[in-house]
Design a protein. Structure first.
Ligand SMILES: Nc1c(/N=C/[C@H](O)[C@H](O)[C@H](O)COP(=O)(O)O)[nH]c(=O)[nH]c1=O
Ligand SMILES: Nc1c(N[C@@H]2O[C@H](COP(=O)(O)O)[C@@H](O)[C@H]2O)[nH]c(=O)[nH]c1=O
Ligand SMILES: [Zn+2]
Length: 362
């Protein structure tokens, strides 16, 4: 097979682990000796061995004089695991083909330099775009130290998220709702406003066939109105963090902490999105799935604080000038001031349409 085919195999291995390796990136590795695949590996969980370690372990003696294809630059630092670059050198690998450079500042280019110093034949950039597309959340966080934000809305053809009476079950169909759970698995955290908690009492867990990883549930709740009886407080299915403003009294905070909820006070009377994202970044959240409701979506939109928008549109017409739409708040005064997006994909999903769009650099 060609170098490209081996690297594509490494990428496909990593693809299947997206969502389970955070805060580490998803990485795949393939070891080839004399035209035979002798080792395969992918990083499965943060703190466990890296992809190269698994692949070289499987290769055993055949690692000597082999070629290793890896989707990310081999690490060169002692994090929770020893450096992969050292292991590649120790196992006397002959050639190392790397798809993408590591965006983690403590790693970037050090691994490549160390391999070259040891006389290993290093090539960088094969299927670079495909490899970088494996870890958009990790890469964004390494650069900005705040979470990559995905906004998700589910509306009728006429842009409503509920009827004027507040009924919203269900607008989109089973397939679209299941697709949402894939994003819950992939993101570190899911965020809704207390309005959604009061209206839907959502569980915000990841319910995909064969199970998935539950995101941390983050509730934007300036004056701590979340009921103590809410599922997100009582179901013990996943961690729940409630973000409150500086006006919340300490003893009220402690009541929720006694129930196992983490309460984070933003030192402002109302929660600004930029302050929220800075705080979540400091708490290690690399990716945030914002599932509304309209008020929260509106505040993220006005702060222009999002990196991708997932829109599900159901072939239904709800009507009514009082029926809520997906973005509340003030909105923009002029068309020329609104954020521009680029449509990345449009697809049918069940009876609904799914559009993924990305902010356009102005
Ligand atoms: N009403 C609709 C949605 N409504 C989503 C709500 O905002 C809230 O996130 C859900 O009720 C979450 O519930 P749980 O976590 O599954 O228990 N979302 C959708 O994709 N389609 C709809 O029709
Ligand atoms: N997952 C992964 C890498 N991840 C890199 O190593 C860092 C985590 O190191 P540690 O704390 O030791 O697990 C992570 O931030 C990223 O820069 N590197 C690799 O060579 N192969 C792998 O499979
Ligand atoms: Zn490593």
């Amino acid at each position: 097979m060609t170098d490209k085919e081996y690297m594509a195999l490494a990428i496909s291995l990593a693809q299947k682990t997206i969502g389970q390796t955070s805060p580490n990136p998803a990485v795949g590795a393939v070891v080839v000796k004399d035209g035979r695949i002798v080792g395969l590996g992918t990083h499965l969980k943060a703190g466990e061995p890296h992809a190269e370690v698994h692949a070289l372990h499987m290769a055993g003696e055949n690692a000597k004089g082999s070629t290793i294809y890896v989707t990310l630059e081999p690490c060169s630092h002692f994090g929770k695991t020893p450096p992969c670059a050292n292991l590649i050198i120790e196992k006397q690998v002959k050639r190392c083909v790397i798809a993408s450079v590591d965006s983690n500042p403590i790693v970037t280019n050090n691994g490549i330099a160390r391999l070259k110093e040891a006389g290993i034949d290093v090539e960088v950039g094969l299927l670079k775009e495909e490899a970088e597309a494996l870890n958009p959340y990790f890469n964004f966080y390494q650069i900005y130290k705040r979470p990559f934000v995905t906004l998700k809305t589910a509306t009728s053809l006429d842009g409503k998220i509920a009827t004027y009476s507040g009924d919203s079950k269900w607008i989109t169909g089973k397939e679209a709702r299941e697709d949402v759970h894939k994003y819950r698995h992939e993101h570190d955290a899911i965020l809704v406003g207390v309005g959604t908690v009061l209206a839907d009492d959502p569980s915000l867990t990841c319910r995909v066939p064969n199970g998935g990883i539950n995101p941390i549930r983050i509730i934007l709740d300036t004056s701590l109105r979340t009921p103590k009886t809410a599922k997100v407080v009582t179901d013990n299915e996943a961690p729940t963090w409630i973000i409150v403003g500086s006006g919340v009294l300490d003893e009220k905070k402690q009541e929720f902490e006694k129930l196992g909820v983490k309460v984070i006070i933003i030192k402002e009377p109302t929660i600004s999105i930029s302050e929220l994202l800075k705080t979540l970044g400091e708490n290690g959240i690399q990716s945030l799935f914002v599932e509304g409701g309209a008020k929260v979506n509106g505040s993220f939109l006005e702060a222009k604080a999002f990196q991708q928008v997932i829109t599900y549109i159901a072939p239904k017409l709800i009507g009514g000038s009082n029926a809520p739409t997906s973005f509340a708040g003030t909105g923009f005064e002029n068309i020329k001031g609104v954020p521009l997006l680029k449509v990345k994909s449009v697809e049918k999903i069940g009876d609904d349409i799914k559009i993924v769009s990305l902010p356009k650099e102005r």
